[in-house]
Design a binder for this molecule. Structure first.
Ligand code: ADP
Ligand code: MG
Length: 249
């Protein structure tokens, strides 16, 4: 469903910095993929290119046969609003609105009918177990609850692809697990295709496949074969190999 070919991104005019170097990745429909790698390796750059927040220097992205970078500004905005869902480390919710108002915001911006919004909201909130939170304001809920609301907002319009950048980065272990279980449930039950950047091996162990990035290049991948616990161990071993040289023991 997603095909990334020779994707490169160079920042800067006079002093150039190659953040991504000819990256290739194919994602199948319904996959749950984690992207890991040292700080500064190009993970967020990659996600921002997929999110159409930034444009590649060269190479192509195709989502179900469509290259968003060939669209005009208006069509890109529509593409982003309809085909993609986003979850960020800092939740990016509107603090003065209620949970419910935040979740339906993408539909509001798209001019959806109130009756349709209500139907989608009640279905999703039942499914995600956040019905009791709907009338609360963002300031009144915990970080874990806020991120669950953010996941609901990212999924309300049933996007083709959910992109998450360090979704558990600001959460404690218990809340991280809750959010990861939610993403896993969306992946299994709703067949949502998810691409998640994380440095947290526990969060990553919920994925089916992990791709490792270093210095702007994909340097390897592993798949979950024998359960989450063993996958967690494999992730730790791979991270140690990749980052080991730079770490001081
Ligand atoms: P990661 O998310 O893996 O930590 P990033 O994708 O944020 O890494 O950054 C990759 C590299 O590109 C870093 O060296 C970073 O300093 C550089 N970089 C990121 N964004 C910009 C930008 N807007 N302008 C210049 N350099 C950038
Ligand atoms: Mg980053």
């Amino acid at each position: 469903m997603l095909q990334v070919k020779n994707l490169s991104k160079t920042y800067g005019d006079e002093i150039k910095y190659k953040a991504l170097k000819a990256l290739n990745l194919t994602v199948e429909d319904g996959e749950f993929i984690g992207i890991m790698g040292p700080s500064g390796s190009g993970k967020s750059t990659f996600l921002n290119l997929l999110a159409t927040i930034d444009q590649p220097t060269s190479g192509t992205i195709e989502l179900n046969g469509k290259n968003p970078n060939e669209l005009n500004q208006e069509a890109i905005a529509k593409f982003r609003r309809r085909e993609l869902g986003f979850v960020f480390q800092n939740f990016n919710l509107m603090p003065t609105l209620t949970v419910e108002e935040n979740i339906v915001l993408p539909l509001t911006l798209d001019g959806e009918k109130i009756s349709v919004m209500k139907k989608k909201l009640s279905r999703l909130s039942e499914q995600l177990g956040i019905a009791p939170l709907l009338k609360k304001r963002i300031a009144e809920i915990s970080g874990g609850q806020a991120q669950r609301a953010a996941v609901a907002r990212a999924m309300i319009h049933q996007p083709q692809l959910l992109l998450a950048d360090e979704p558990t980065g600001n959460l404690d272990t218990k809340s991280s697990k809750d959010v990861m279980k939610l993403l896993q449930q969306l992946n299994k039950r709703e067949k949502a295709t998810i691409l998640m950047v994380t440095h947290d091996p526990l969060a990553a162990s919920y994925c089916q496949r992990i791709v490792f990035i270093k210095d702007g290049q994909l340097i390897g991948e592993i798949r979950q074969m024998n359960g989450q616990k063993q996958f967690y161990n494999e992730i730790m071993v791979n991270l140690a190999k990749i980052e080991g040289v730079e770490n001081e023991f």
